[in-house]
Write a new protein. Sequence first.
Length: 113
Amino acid sequence: MTIIRVKGFKIFNDQQGKPRCYHRKTGEPINLEKAPISSAAFLAECERLTSLMSVAVTSRPSTLGNLIDKYRASSAFLELAERTKSDYQKIFDYLAPIPPHPLYLTLHSQTQR
């Protein structure tokens, strides 16, 4: 059997020699009986777990992404003119690459300087 490496997944043989696969960040297992390693089903399952993780990162509580999501859902944002919403969206897109650290740590580290 060919061993492949997939970034973000832990693939190994357990004590009985049975192959196992887990998503590292979530600990979610992949059923290797339904999706054998190196099959299209296995790669699709890896992609599904990876995409779920990227969605979960943006909606974590106390992060900038969560704050922006709450603001977009508020009545204050919904009552703005379309041009203003568009301008704000450009700013939100610019801020999107900021790592999802808790806002407290970001603000606290800036006050320490």
